[in-house]
Design a binder for this molecule. Structure first.
Ligand code: J2J
Length: 577
């Protein structure tokens, strides 16, 4: 396994293989198989582009070839920050084929997050789009490469400016020649910065063959990619997922969601999130031989016509978006004759909203409670309405082990609320290069401490009751309080900071930062100045506190720690006034 990753103990690995959970597939072989079976059938629809399985497979090979030529090797890490475009999947399958590891960044991440994950993963390349939603990712790349010396390549979907156009890397496999025009490469060669020139130059054929011959096929037990954790600590954690474990989760998800080659999955959430990637998401749909439709926007105005045009059968939302869709549906009364399932997950969906799905959208609701670390729970499509509306589902695998425990790790009585611990065939045994944190985040016998407070009903279904982790769930986007606090503490006018969740009707939660100003500073910094400060530090916009409150001191717990519970109560009181 990749250094810095924790493998499953051998007896568990044997068990999961023996029981048929891990079947020895890799992403590369999976796509090859699907291309053989489904050839001309459409795999991905992106805008006006329709890409068949055979084409996706062939383009992936060509891109892998080009990536090898610029020196991307097995186990290299490559930060991928792309919106929902077809190239996203060509890129990740090409990396899978090489045995290089995509590191999934979210489109909303900015300098702070990208520099950190690039540096921490020692990434060799960074793959972006040129512009999206009014943001120029090439500007971000310019800042990031200044900070991260390991980054040799910036590859761009679209207009590359001084970087390299991804399109240039699609090689004809037999000849090793670029399949497309050399225009962008010529531009790279004319670039002012000589380091960019050598970095972006393609290797000679001889050199390439030498590199190619030393490449071993990725193995099923190898780490396939690094996913980002929602995080509870000062710095984001990376989650290593293997081909074996992730493909198992895709297979089960596809089965539970009733996917087959006639299914059409609409990806409205950014595909880099674990949920739309794998539950069953884009990859689960491709696993089942279905069709993926990539949406650039999630609003009803954009998504509804696409659902009708493409005969979408299943899609996935977070609760705030589901609320927007339900309101729109109540107004315009759309008809989606093909839609069978609306998944809602990532944050708690209220029973009230859940009860409106069937009548307003004419499909079955499926609640999904999952995590990028592994465990995913689904309500089943044939469950009674009562279960679908009031619970967050049950684990997808019979091999998922679940414990609900008290503060001393002792199991609570059935039906009581406690901390959810889990281990199983697709739940990681440790974060990437995080030994110290792993000792806290996992029990000594390998259970992952999810940080969720749950109870389990008599039928074995999980109800999420709250959280014991220091995180804000802002409509499905996770924010580690400590990460934001650390940035606030860097402000010269801030003496201390505590970030807590603030209840919000629409997003479920927003963030509020409580700040004790430095007594030595003459004038109190304004909320706007603090927000601008955090933006300048390169923090993603969704992590910037929605509300900032100034206090002289913080309420403390009995052991002298800042009482976030008391701060949340204070906030609730202020909200009531
Ligand atoms: C309450 N809280 C939920 C739910 C996640 C499928 C679905 C979601 C994710 C995901 C995922 C919740 N009700 N229905 O990866 O594959 C909160 C919990 C959980 C955390 C994980 C998937 N669904 N949550 O959201 O890694 O607190 O994964 O521990 O982003 O989201 O967040 P994340």
């Amino acid at each position: 396994m990749l250094a810095g990753c924790s493998a499953w103990p051998e007896e568990f690995a044997k068990l999961y293989r023996r029981e048929g959970c891990w079947r020895g597939e890799t992403f590369g072989s999976m796509l090859r198989e699907r291309a053989k079976v489904y050839g001309d059938r459409i795999a991905i629809v992106s805008g006006e582009r329709r890409i068949s399985y055979a084409e996706l497979d062939a383009r992936t090979d060509r891109l892998a070839e080009g990536m090898k030529r610029i020196g991307i090797r097995p186990k290299d890490r490559v930060v991928v920050q792309l919106p929902n475009v077809a190239a996203f999947f060509e890129v990740i399958f090409a990396l899978f084929r090489i045995g290089a590891l995509p590191v999934f960044a979210l489109p909303l991440h900015r300098r702070h997050e990208i520099s950190y994950i690039s540096e921490f993963s020692e990434a060799k390349a960074y793959i972006i789009t040129d512009r999206e939603a009014g943001f120029d990712y090439r500007e971000l790349a310019r800042e990031v490469i200044r900070e991260v010396p390991t980054l040799d390549h910036v590859l761009v979907v679209g207009e590359p400016e001084e970087f390299v156009a991804l399109e240039k890397l699609y090689m004809e496999p037999e000849t090793g020649h670029e399949a497309d025009s050399c225009k962008e490469n010529e531009k790279a060669e004319r670039a002012d910065d000589p380091s960019q020139l050598t970095k972006s130059k393609l290797r000679s054929r001889e050199e390439f063959e030498e590199v190619g011959s030393s490449m071993a096929e990725p193995r099923p037990e190898d780490v396939a990619f690094l996913q980002l954790s929602g995080g509870t600590t000062g710095l984001p954690k990376l989650i290593p997922r293997t081909h074996d474990d992730y493909i198992y989760s895709l297979r089960l998800s596809a089965e539970i969601c009733g996917l087959d080659e006639n299914s059409v999955y609409l990806a409205v959430l950014p595909a880099a999130h674990n949920y739309p990637l794998s539950s069953p998401g884009v990859l689960g749909t491709l696993y089942a031989g279905g069709r993926v439709v990539l949406a650039r926007g999630a609003s009803p105005e954009e998504a509804f016509p696409l659902m009708i045009r493409e005969r979408v059968t299943i899609t996935a939302l977070v609760p705030p978006l589901a609320l927007v869709w339900l309101d729109a549906a109540a107004r315009i009364k759309p008809s989606f004759p093909h839609l069978q399932v609306l998944q809602v997950g990532g944050a708690k969906f209220s029973a009230e909203a859940a009860s409106r799905v069937k009548s307003l959208l004419g499909c079955q609701l499926q609640q999904v409670f999952g995590m990028a670390e592994g465990l995913v729970n689904y309500t089943r499509l044939d469950d009674p309405d009562e279960t679908i509306i009031n619970t967050q589902g049950r684990p997808m695998s019979t091999w998922d082990e679940i414990r609900v425990v008290d503060d001393e790790d002792v199991e609570v009585k059935p039906g009581e609320v406690g901390h959810l611990l889990t281990r199983g065939p697709y739940t990681i045994r440790g974060y990437y290069k995080a030994e110290e944190h792993n000792a806290r985040a996992f029990t000594s016998d390998g259970f992952y401490r999810t940080g969720d407070l749950v109870r389990i009903d008599a039928a074995g279904y999980i109800v999420v009751e709250g959280r014991d982790k220091d995180q804000i769930n802002r409509g499905g986007e996770k924010i580690a309080a400590e990460e934001v606090e650390n940035h606030l503490l860097a402000h010269p006018g801030v003496h201390d900071a505590a970030v807590v969740a603030m209840l919000d009707e629409y997003l479920g939660e927003r963030t509020c930062a409580f700040i004790i100003p430095k007594p030595t500073v003459d004038s109190l910094p304004s909320s706007a100045q603090i927000r601008a400060f955090l933006t300048d530090r390169g923090l993603a916009a969704y992590k910037i506190p929605d509300r900032i409150e100034f206090l002289d001191s913080f309420p403390k717990t009995k052991v002298g720690k800042v009482s976030k519970k008391a701060l949340r109560e204070l906030l609730a009181e202020k909200q009531r006034c």
